[in-house]
Design a protein around this ligand. Structure first.
Ligand code: ADP
Ligand code: TPW
Length: 594
């Protein structure tokens, strides 16, 4: 098969078009100088919209597309499995407000990417999954094409939008629509179906260029209605125990200064959801993280900023929420309002504009919360922090989650610019509360689904986008979902240090087979595995750490080296609890409750 790069058909610039024509053996050179094709139009459309990185995995029909993208100056990061390419694209979207691009082959490659697309949509991350597809005529008659699948319809329920382009002259429109759908309003995952035939279609180069669209104002501001702002302020003015709750929508919105001003001007205590940690430094005096249960239960008016009242917030009701409350909810999506409980003061718009509007009208007469409320919070916080400090000071052998995380926390404190990826059950729950974050959009975790498998994909995406080191704090089970991407990390020499919390299994490693049979229990892995050896296979550096001191040394060295590294952190196999802090969601325990 000839390559599109060899037969480069586009005259990209006037200079190139003016170059002397080649020999007769360069078939149709003068024709080619005036035509373009689907391959080039896709690349040109992406570049025109400042999208310069593709996360993907090649094969028919997109290998040449990937080659060409690279030849034309785009970065193509090739993965070992499409799900991780998709996760990298999703986190790139979250970090930049521009859709991350993931590219896959048809049917199985597409389906592997679809989990990431669905996860991105669930988390409100903008990304575009571009998949090659087989011939429509054969797919629709189910005649058994190579990798046959009706991908467009398969994607629809899991995507914010899904489009297919059939004609080369529509590629510009297709990509513009995909970009707008991904980043405007509530961000999400968009599927773009590109049949193989489309990529090879040719058209006049000048017409092709004209058909491309540079999207103007892809993330338009959406101003809140003035009466909605008044309503929210009235409610806040009457509050005696107000609380601000920051979600990852607030981090995504990049309205960092406005949010900080709102928190500080009103004096209202705040709680960050896990990925909003660092939006204000976790050490901020108004942070109520250390007494989360207390403020959720005792507050009377709660301002939700880019956070949904889903399972992560106990749906806004029940014991967690204690005293009756009223909510102000700032969100870009009007249908989010009243999704779980009544919202007294919805504020619809982009977070920057909504927070600005509140700030503008908070006058001198706005009283800061009473000392009775803020004092009670400080008292609780101090008590809980002292308890936690005592726990962190213990030095059990083997290490437990706390002693290992204390070591990591102390190293990360010296590098607030570092990206942190975190998944697992106990590893996730403990790291979330022990590892402080100091800067916005530096923490990436299992998110809205509580999904395992985002680890290496997010780590690669974060390293590529930021150019800064990544520390991935991974349960040993969680790590297993994406572990093969260590090769990808080594191939691109990314500064990713993966710390595997190795406690010999899912949640822990001590379960027994209830039948007494020879198979190990469903939660148990190979004992004393050496995850550090895995990265050595690809030229990376492995460390085995059995004490906090060894962990500190390994992590410090790993970060300083900027090399791909894995630290096998040996954790007491009996230390974890089933499902971490989600024990109550297991059917057995849930049934007991009812
Ligand atoms: P968390 O899991 O941190 O609680 P969620 O993902 O549940 O956060 O909520 C994020 C919310 O933020 C979503 O409801 C989404 O519509 C909203 N959102 C995302 N971007 C913006 C924005 N720029 N302006 C306003 N709301 C936004
Ligand atoms: C895609 C279910 C939730 S947490 C977890 C699994 C398998 C792993 C917990 O063990 P790990 O962590 O990582 O060793 P730790 O700290 O407790 O020792 N498949 C998917 N997503 C989820 N959430 C699961 C399974 C699960």
């Amino acid at each position: 098969m000839s390559s599109v790069i060899e037969n480069r058909p586009v005259a990209a610039t006037a200079d190139e078009a003016a170059k002397p024509k080649g020999t007769d053996s360069e078939i149709g050179a003068s024709d080619q100088a005036e035509t373009t094709d689907g391959f080039h139009l896709v690349i040109d459309a992406l570049k025109l919209n400042d999208l310069h990185t593709i996360f993907g995995l090649v094969g028919i029909p997109i290998t040449d597309l990937a080659r060409l993208a690279q030849a034309e100056g785009m970065r193509f990061i090739g993965f070992r499995h499409e799900q991780h390419a998709g996760n990298a694209a999703a986190i790139a979207g979250y970090m930049t407000q521009k859709p991350g691009i993931c590219m896959t082959v048809s049917a199985p490659g597409f389906l592997n990417g679809l989990t990431a697309l669905a996860n991105a949509t669930t988390n409100c991350f903008p990304m575009i999954l571009i998949s090659g597809s087989s011939e429509r005529e054969i797919v629709d008659l189910q005649q058994g094409d190579y990798e046959e699948m009706d991908q467009l319809n398969a994607a629809r329920p899991y995507a914010k939008a899904a489009y297919r382009v059939l004609h080369a002259e529509d590629i510009g429109v297709g990509i513009a629509r995909a970009i707008r759908a991904a980043v405007s309003g509530r961000p999400g995952g968009v599927y773009l179906d590109l049949p193989a035939k489309l990529l090879a279609q040719t058209m006049d180069a000048a017409k092709g260029r004209k058909s491309l669209i540079k999207v103007v104002d892809p993330v338009p501001r959406q101003l809140p209605a003035p009466d909605a702002v008044d309503r929210a302020l009235e409610l806040l003015k009457g509050a005696r125990r107000p609380l601000i709750l920051l979600g990852k929508g607030a981090a995504y919105a990049q309205a960092d200064a406005e949010i900080r001003a709102l928190v500080e001007k009103t004096g209202i205590p705040y709680l960050p959801m896990s990925m909003a940690k660092g939006l204000l430094p976790d050490t901020h005096p108004q942070s109520a993280s250390a007494c989360r249960s207390f403020v959720l239960a005792e507050s009377d008016v709660v301002v939700l900023i880019g956070a949904r009242l889903n399972w992560l917030l106990a749906h806004g009701k029940g014991k967690t929420w204690g005293a009756p409350k009223q909510f102000v909810q700032i969100d870009i999506s009007p249908t989010e309002i009243d999704s779980n409980v009544a919202i007294a003061a919805p504020l619809i718009g982009d977070i920057g504009s909504c927070v600005d509007a509140l700030l503008e009208r908070i006058d001198a007469g706005f009283a800061k919360p009473a000392a009775e409320w803020t004092g009670a919070i400080v008292e609780r916080k101090d008590k809980n922090l002292a308890k936690m400090a005592a726990m962190l000071a213990l030095d059990p052998s083997p290490m437990n989650f706390h002693s290992a995380l204390r070591a990591i926390r102390d190293v990360l404190k010296t590098r607030p610019d570092i990206n942190v990826v975190n998944e697992g059950a106990n590893t996730l729950d403990f790291a979330r509360s022990i590892i402080d974050m100091y800067q916005p959009r530096k923490r990436f975790d299992s998110g809205t689904w509580g999904i395992m498998g985002i680890g290496m994909g997010y780590a690669i995406g974060a390293a590529v986008v930021s150019g800064l080191p990544v520390v991935a704090i991974e349960g040993d089970s969680a790590f297993g979902f994406s572990g093969m991407e260590l090769e990808t990390i080594c191939r691109y020499q990314l500064p990713v240090c993966t710390i595997v919390f190795n406690n010999n299994g899912v949640y822990r490693g001590t379960d027994k087979n209830l039948s007494g049979g020879t198979d190990v229990a469903p939660t148990v892995f190979v004992k004393n595995a050496r995850y550090d050896k895995m990265i050595e296979a690809f030229g990376g550096v492995g460390y085995n750490a059995t004490t906090p001191a060894e962990l500190t040394k390994a992590l410090t060295e790993a970060i300083a080296s900027g090399k791909p590294t894995v630290i096998n952190a040996v954790i007491d196999e009996a230390a974890g609890t089933e499902s971490g802090r989600l024990t109550n969601l297991n059917p057995q325990s849930a049934a007991k409750k009812h």
